[in-house]
Each structure stands twice: as structure tokens, then as C-alpha cells.
Design a protein around this ligand. Structure first.
Ligand code: GDP
Length: 485
């Protein structure tokens, strides 16, 4: 009936029951409109996951801000002492670093909250309140501004109340006999940042989880996708297995459930898609992330990108310049739109130029687009983050993805889209030629957990955590990282 011009089949607005019904559509148009833009309907959530989400939403409503239970819990936090069996327990997720990191962190905190029956509250700093719609009906997931731990955004590896420091200083112990519940503090800070230490990493051990389950308030700082680590905690395994029978789609479900662009960002996505991408037969997304500014305009990186897309037959090859009087395109020849995202425009200019200057071997038309080139990563600037979020989302609407290894920006796009990407190898610092091979096909669409623990909690000794479970393996882009496959 024309109401779903871009999807292949009638869109399933609620994504197979993943999304709750009954939210106001106008205040967050992306939540229900995005399915009209997706060719790939994505994976189906398990009935158990759907039931769990509805139950969790109920918890967020019962215990969230502006409820009696929340006010009581705040009072208890002020007194600093733990209480026997509190009605509601909380995890606060600190928001910092780039947008991709923030999305991975909040998704990880949410899964941890759901597994442990805690309410998730997200620190509203860094535009977290402006970029995303509220995910839970009838309540807010934003931590109120009058939260009594005033300096929580400055918590760091040195904070005395961090779980790691409390273990180190013997304020707490998870070894039997564990610290009795009555002596527990009202809150603990979980430092799960990439620079975390051995004691902080005890978070991923069963005994420590048992101890932490009695702490009413947990404040978590992470810039990592810690979910593969949660799969290694024995106490969570049964539940995770029933929630996610497809282990390679955990982030896919989490990100599509939690993160919906607010109306302004959705406008950026929808207008761009309709203007530049909708009419193409095939959309190829190429995400170029140069971690080293010296690679912002590198012929070697350009060569890496083109040899990847040609070798893997993601884009048609070009004829030599003399042959540019190419055959007239066959009737109905395919058209391809390339969506590039990058902080710079140099790669885009070059690739666009190539496809203008020379004919494709297949006669198909290739158009190349890049929404913005912001120059460099900026912090705390509204329009900058809005563009980044819109571009991640546009990438996720592509049929084929080429991403940059190591980049959480690309991880978010592939998870949202349900697309297993081709990944450009990270360029070595002393780049003298294109990495060979230029890219690899990832084994799953899951993000990589960049800094996992390497510890056997039972035997209390070092261990390769990538060798424990068949579905938790080392990543190809970050060799010591872990990912679900
Ligand atoms: P990562 O550093 O690649 O893991 O990704 P993050 O998203 O965590 O941080 C990079 C930040 O740089 C983004 O959040 C954006 O602010 C900016 N950025 C990086 N690449 C792009 C891009 O292609 N487009 C836009 N608009 N911003 C980008």
C-alpha cells in the first residue's frame, strides 16, 4: 500500500515483539518508522527475551525515578549503609568517550541490570538525553540531576569506593566467609574501563557477583562491550542461553531495543536515506575510521579500501581509462549507492572521482555519498554527536558493510543492521603499503570486547578466556579481545 516503500516485506513495527507496544509514535518516530527503511528485517527475539523485557520494563516503572521505591533507595544511599533486602536495586551507567563507546557501555550495563534484577539508570551527560528516545514505557532511564553522589562522573581507577580498591584494601571480601550483608556499603563503583586492574576484573567472577548482588547501588564506568565477559560468569549462563539462543545476535537485539534516534536525528537519517540511498538496488556502506591522523589522506589506505571492495566483489571494478567509452548499460543494469562515513572527505572524494572518471566493467551506475566530514572527534558538541548517530544509523540501513577494525562506531552500525561486515585491518603506524589482505569477513556481527579479563576465577590463576566456551572466541580485529560467535 506504499506505506513501506523501502522494506521488502510489510514491516514488522515491533520487531517480532522486541519493542513494547503503546508508546507515543509522534514523540519518537524512529522507533516505529525505522522498520520501513530496513531491507533486512533482522533476527527474531526469543519468546524468553520478549518476556524478560516486558518484566524488566515493569521493574523500571516500579522502581524508577519519581517512585516511592526510588526515593527510599536514595535515602539509603545518603545514609551510606546497606539494608537487608531492598525493594529495588540499581545500576548507574556513566556516559563518556565517543558515541560508539557510550552505546556499547549502556547496552552492556542494561544486560547486566536485566540479569541481576536491577534498574538501569543512564548518566545524562554527553547528550545521552538528547540523542536517544526513552526506551522504557512510562518511566525515564535518565539518572535525575539531583543524584546524591555528586562527583560520580569523576570516579576513576583511584576511587576508594571502587570494587577493586575495596577488595585490595580488604574493605570487602568475596572469599568465604564473605563480607556479611550488614557490613556492605550502600554503593560500589565498578571500574570496568579499558585501563582497569586485576581486582576490578574480579567483577567477572561468580563469588564476586554473589557479593555484589547485596549492594543496592552500583555505579559502572565502562567504555567496553563487556557482554562476552558476562557469558563467562557461570551464574548467568543458563539465563543467557535461554534469552539468546542465537549468541551472535545479542548486541543486535540489545541495540535495536534500547537505542532509538530522537526526532531531530531521525530527520537526518530519513531525509538522507530518501534523497541518496532509497532508489539504488544495492546500498554499500563503507566506514573509514583513521585512528592515526597521519592516515587521514593516505594512498595506502585508499588502496586498501578499493582492493577490499573489488576483491570481495562488493563494488564493480573500473575499466582502464582508454576504455571509458564503455558499453551502454544493459537494460535494467543494477545501480549501487555507496554511503561513506569518515571524519575526513579525502577517501570519499577519491572514490567518487574514480567512479566518475572511469566506467564500471559491468555498466552499472555507482553513486558515492558522504553526509558529513567533521574533521576530528569533538566532545560535548550537540550537532557533532547528532551527525555521528545519524551516520551510524544510515550505515545500518545498508545491505553490505565495510567497517574499520577496532572501531566501536562500526560495531554499532553492524549490530543495528544485523549485518556481518567486511572489516578493514587497522593500519600499522608506519604505513608503507596497504595491509594485505586488505580486509576480512567477520565471523559474526557482534562487537568485540576489547579488554577482557584473563583469569580463571575457580583456579585463581591466569587463563585464556577465549578458549573456555565455543561461542566466546578471540576477535580478528583485536586479537586479545573476545566476541560472541
Ligand atoms: P571509535 O572511536 O571508532 O571506537 O568510535 P566512537 O563512536 O566511540 O568515537 C568516535 C567519535 O568520533 C564518534 O562518536 C564521532 O563523534 C566521531 N566520528 C568518528 N567517525 C565518524 C564518522 O564517520 N562520522 C561522524 N559524523 N563522526 C565520526
Amino acid at each position: 500500500d506504499g506505506s513501506f516503500p523501502y522494506a521488502r516485506s510489510p514491516p514488522d513495527k515491533l520487531l517480532g515483539g522486541l519493542l513494547p507496544d503503546g508508546l507515543d509514535e509522534r514523540s519518537c518516530r524512529s522507533r516505529y518508522e525505522s522498520s520501513m527503511y530496513r531491507r533486512n528485517p533482522g533476527r527474531r527475539p526469543s519468546p524468553h527475551l520478549i518476556a524478560k523485557l516486558r518484566k524488566h520494563e515493569e521493574l523500571q516503572r516500579r522502581c524508577g525515578p519519581n517512585t516511592n521505591a526510588y526515593n527510599l533507595a536514595i535515602e539509603q544511599l545518603r545514609t551510606g549503609k546497606s539494608v537487608g533486602s531492598p525493594e529495588c536495586k540499581y545500576v548507574v551507567s556513566i556516559s563518556y568517550r565517543g558515541l560508539g563507546n557510550r552505546i556499547l557501555a549502556a547496552a552492556s550495563a542494561f544486560l547486566y541490570a536485566a540479569l541481576t534484577g536491577r534498574v538501569l539508570l543512564v548518566d545524562p551527560s554527553n547528550q545521552m538525553d538528547e540523542l536517544f528516545c526513552e526506551p522504557f514505557p512510562g518511566t525515564t532511564w535518565l539518572l535525575p540531576r539531583d543524584f546524591p553522589l555528586a562527583s560520580y562522573t569523576n570516579f576513576s581507577i583511584d576511587t576508594a569506593e571502587s570494587y577493586g580498591n575495596m577488595l585490595r584494601n580488604k574493605v570487602l571480601s568475596a572469599d568465604a566467609p564473605a563480607t556479611p550483608a550488614a557490613e556492605l556499603p550502600a554503593f560500589a563503583y565498578l571500574h570496568l574501563d579499558h585501563d582497569y586492574g586485576h581486582e576490578d576484573k574480579m567483577f567477572f567472577c561468580d563469588d564476586d557477583q554473589r557479593l555484589l548482588s547485596n549492594v543496592q547501588w552500583l555505579v559502572m564506568r565502562t567504555d567496553l562491550y563487556t557482554v562476552p565477559g558476562l557469558f563467562l560468569v557461570t551464574a548467568f549462563q543458563e539465563e543467557l542461553d535461554t534469552l539468546f539462543p542465537e549468541r551472535d545476535a545479542v548486541f543486535h537485539h540489545l541495540v535495536r531495543y534500547l537505542f532509538h534516534p530522537t526526532n531531530h536525528v531521525w530527520g537526518l537519517v530519513a531525509r538522507y536515506y530518501r534523497a541518496y540511498l532509497a532508489r539504488a538496488d544495492l546500498r554499500v556502506g563503507i566506514q573509514v575510521r583513521n585512528f592515526d591522523p597521519r592516515h587521514a589522506q593516505s594512498p595506502h589506505v585508499l588502496h586498501q579500501i578499493t582492493s577490499c571492495v573489488w576483491r570481495e566483489k562488493l563494488l564493480p571494478e573500473l575499466l582502464a581509462t582508454e576504455e571509458h567509452a564503455a558499453p551502454a548499460p544493459a537494460q535494467g543494469a543494477r545501480s549501487t549507492a555507496v554511503l561513506m562515513t569518515s571524519l575526513r572527505s579525502w577517501y570519499y572524494e577519491n572514490i567518487k572521482g574514480m567512479y566518475w572518471d572511469r566506467a564500471t566493467a559491468t555498466g552499472e551506475a555507482v553513486s558515492v555519498h558522504q553526509p558529513s566530514h567533521e574533521g576530528q572527534q569533538q566532545f560535548g558538541k550537540r550537532s557533532h554527536d547528532g551527525k555521528a548517530w545519524a551516520e551510524m544509523y544510515l550505515l545500518s540501513l545498508c545491505d553490505v558493510l565495510v567497517t574499520s577494525g577496532w572501531s566501536t562506531f562500526g560495531y554499532v552500525a553492524q549490530g543495528l543492521g544485523g549485518v556481518r561486515p567486511w572489516v578493514l585491518h587497522k593500519q600499522p603506524d608506519n604505513l608503507t603499503s596497504a595491509p594485505d589482505p586488505p580486509c576480512f569477513r567477520d565471523v559474526s556481527m557482534e562487537p568485540c570486547f576489547h579488554a577482557p579479563h584473563v583469569y580463571d576465577c575457580k583456579m585463581k590463576r591466569g587463563m585464556d578466556t577465549g578458549e573456555v566456551l565455543p561461542h566466546v572466541r578471540h576477535c580478528q580485529d583485536v586479537s586479545w579481545g573476545l566476541k560472541l560467535v
